[in-house]
Design a protein around this ligand. Structure first.
Ligand code: MF3
Ligand code: CO
Ligand code: CO
Length: 286
């Protein structure tokens, strides 16, 4: 079911989005050559405990296992849902960090600092039934100085996200978003991942409709005021095809070993156009 959100629900998602954006801004100072990738997960966990925010990705249902971490950390050819781990980041790496967080919660309702984030089954009892404001945003980080190949891929992927958001206005259709993203990426010789898509948000993190990063203009569901969606293009330097790690059922990589980039914002469609709820302040606005 596709729901239109009330002003109250949008305000709660906006609070979650502001907090999530502040985490991405903080990560700019964490992600450096020589730093352990695990420091990203630790930074997010620490901020969540300090500011009483639930990391909602811990405990998401999976085919093989429930998702065990606050973040997804996709390095270079990793496409999405890769686990954060011990790996020393090196100059030239491309790291995508995705997360879903609650709004800062009232401590008398739930004290997040007391939760054991490593106990996935216990965390799931809180994250699965969470009903408040939530936000979902992925950002890409260049580790030190990156090659022109990485920089171009980052620039095009980020632009793909904004081009998609620009199409998210009342009266347009879902296909207008995907077509605009696909045209832009493919005209630059890149591949657009098909298997994973953007989505509605609220009350849970993955709601209808699906928002593909490819498609035909003028086709699909008509967009309405009050819809809250994500746009999260995954753009590859080579083929769009991906391969999944069957051991965990989570991490995806490009099939050909090429690089992959992703940015994701969550936004609400208003009569005056899309308003980004996970804005870090410096992006294009519409
Ligand atoms: N944040 C991801 C998205 O954009 C969802 C990740 S699912 C998880 O939809 F299980 F990995 F958390
Ligand atoms: Co998402
Ligand atoms: Co996400």
């Amino acid at each position: 079911m596709i729901t239109l959100k009330s002003a109250r629900e949008i305000e709660a998602m906006d609070r979650a989005g502001d907090f999530l954006a502040s985490i991405h801004i903080g990560l700019r100072e964490v992600i450096k050559p020589g730093v352990d990738m695990w420091a990203v997960e630790e930074y997010v966990r620490k901020r969540c405990k300090e500011e009483n925010v639930l990391p909602l990705q811990i405990g998401v249902d999976g085919a093989v296992m429930d998702y065990p971490y606050a973040t997804c950390c996709g390095l270079n050819d990793e496409v999405a849902h890769a686990f954060p781990r011990h790996y020393i980041l090196k100059e030239g790496d491309l790291l995508k960090v995705d997360m879903v967080l609650s709004e800062p919660l009232d401590k008398s309702v739930l004290d997040v600092s007391k939760l054991n984030f490593d106990n996935v089954a216990e965390m799931k009892t809180y994250t699965q039934d969470y009903k408040g404001g939530l936000a979902d945003s992925c950002w890409a980080y260049a580790v030190g100085q990156v090659s022109e190949e990485v920089q171009n891929l980052m620039d095009v992927t980020r632009e793909c996200m904004y081009i998609g958001i620009e199409q998210a206005k009342v009266g347009n259709r879902i296909g207008d978003i995907g077509a605009a993203i696909q045209d832009y990426a493919e005209s630059r010789g890149y591949g657009v991942v098909r298997d994973l898509v953007g989505h509605g948000v609220g009350p849970t993190m993955h709601e209808e409709p699906m928002v593909p990063n490819y498609g035909v203009a003028g086709r699909g569901l008509r967009l309405k005021e009050g819809m809250v969606l994500t746009i999260e293009p995954m753009i590859n330097t080579g083929t769009w095809e991906i391969d999944t790690d069957m051991k965990t059922g989570w991490a995806h990589k490009t099939l050909d070993g090429g690089l992959s980039c992703q940015y994701e914002h969550q936004f609400v469609i208003t009569k005056d156009g899309p308003v980004i709820l996970t804005s870090q302040g410096e992006e294009r606005t519409y």
